[in-house]
Design a protein around this ligand. Sequence first.
Ligand SMILES: [Fe+2]
Length: 499
Amino acid sequence: MNRRELLRRLAAAGAAPLLPSWALAKASSDGWQAEFEASGAAWKAGFANLATDLPPVRAAVSGRFPDALTGTLYRTGPAGHELGGQRYHHWFDGDGMTQRFAIDRGEVVHQGRFVATPKRVAEQRAGRRLTEAFGTVPEGAELPQSPDSMNVANINVLPLGGELLALWEGGSATRLDARTLETRGFKTWRPDLAGLPFSAHPRVDPDGTVWNFGIGSGRGLLVLYEIGADGTLRRADGVQVPDLPMVHDFAVTERHLVFLMPPLVYDPERKKAGASFADAHVWRPELGLRVLLVDKKDWSKRQWLRLPTGFVFHLGNAWDESTPGGTVVHLDYMRYDSAESVFTSNREVMRGRRVRSPEPYLTTATLNLGTGQASQAVLPVEAEFPRIDPRRIGLRHRQVVHATQVMDARPGFAAIARTDVEAGTSQRFVYGPQALVEEHLFVPDGAGPGWVLGTVLDLTQKKTVLSCFAADRLADGPVARAMLPYALPLGLHGTFAAA
Ligand SMILES: [Fe+2]
């Protein structure tokens, strides 16, 4: 596909819905804000609204953070859930706030700052919602002029080229000052690529090469990016994919880009009829869980395989094995039986309701590129927010750090685990039913076993706590903790940047 054709298709992929704003579903006099306020659930603190930025403040530290953790943990997530008396209908809708935990000589300083996307700036000025979001079409919403007019930069962060990129998945990355978290505007990789979707889950090879993709919903276009460790774009192109679904994450091996494509397919007709972006997706189980492998060096070399129907947000890692019969790709992913959580549990929490939906299980898959056959094993381990040693991205790995232990009475996870995906064994630390566990990262420490670093929302204290564990002794509990003087709403992903 030449560049002109790519741009033409991408421009079309970003086209706005075609109905006037009066025809869109109404969402203001819906009582969600009142329902949330009336809810007696203690866990609702995880979905509370933050109204303003959080200036730097020192956390209360106990224990000692290891020297290898001198640096900054950046995290992000939806934090602006309400405006003008109106509450969003989906956890993934809220304005993104970037969190910065600076760890230095026994001290931890926290700062939180909203990403000043054009959407947030305009809506704060107006005092009401102006544009639709992932799962909500507010009353009177204007037609989005482009995907970036809906961009809330609330999913992940990527330090690159001396800046911090705040990532969404439907549009551009947003450039931030890594120290002050001040917003510098959308990232333009190349002038002709401005505004194209850039996913929130780039993968960084051990040599620093950044791989990413974007989903051009509605036109079936998968955009691929290769970026040098210095932040310079090397390549971008589009691949046409039939029945292109919602794809949130992917994996890389030494030789391949690996996409799991759950059968949650965008239907432009639903969008035109007024559905939110999320609700414009249709579950089509007959498609199976398609697997697309793209040769890293030659994007025209592609192979399709198929796993049993299921849904996935996140993959752990993937790697190539050379066998006499050809290459076998191994990967692990957090498998759901269906995409129900997109439409129910992650929505109902916004009005303080706990609704169960199929839970994610750590699943290992084997893709035989010689025979075209794919198989999988679902481990009896609930798992989300998988992270591995960043030095093993695309290489053979055994350990995956992940949240685990679903609770009946409340959303989220109560424990953190480290699972050996080859042996199927897990060690874990149970924070308990009063903690909402967020993503934990593996932080390497030379040849040592390394550390596990992550946050929880402690519902008893009503405070967010950063904890550090010895990676080989999770069950011993944290070696250091830093308690913030406030509770943060639950975030999504983060990254650690050593000083
Ligand atoms: Fe994610």
